[in-house]
Write a protein that binds this ligand. Sequence first.
Ligand code: ATP
Length: 209
Amino acid sequence: MSDRLLLFGGTFDPIHHGHLIAATTAAERVGASRIVLIPSGRPPHKPASGITAGEHRVAMCRAAVQGDERFNVCDFEVESPGASYTILTVRHYRKVHPPTRELLWLIGLDALRDLGSWREAAALVDLCTIVTAARPGYAAPDWDTLRPVFREEQLARLAANIVETPQVEIDATALRRRAAQGQSLRYFVPQAVEQYVREHRLYQTAAGE
Ligand code: ATP
């Protein structure tokens, strides 16, 4: 078993098969044997209102991956006060894991384009390996826009860790809308997540779009 841990943060409101396929295929590509899903507490880039309570999003992640030993679900961000910044979460992981454990953080190509605006972005890139999931045939980011923030060696590492993952056209916003319209989430999300949404009557209105 490799000692590479792939951390995957997101709102996960709700978690869906697009997230899970991206995470598992990216983990295979980079040789990570474990994946940790980290639902964000208060994402700095999204309005706090309209996001489903953290406990539900954590519970849906747990339901989604139950019985799959590759996965863990972490409630660190949901339980932490204040805004969720990736650098704080990765520092926490660095502190509680042995130095031999390599930490990787999975993002999408859109996030890579914005990475320069993340809190302590250059420190983050030094502290963990940023892995970018990109659809096959993706257009590479404009590296010049990232040059003011990152050193050439950091840019080279970012570029070397872009991995191709299948593009699954599912997005959480559309799923919340489906649920609000009384349409089933079956086949878009794991069955246990669909059941959880139904039982807890989540997404009855399309608020938070
Ligand atoms: P919303 O519609 O609520 O903004 P989202 O699914 O786009 O939801 P997050 O839940 O925050 O957003 O997603 C977490 C991460 O998963 C992000 O990095 C996002 O780029 C990625 N992601 C979202 N949907 C897919 C998908 N269908 N395939 C691959 N990656 C995805």
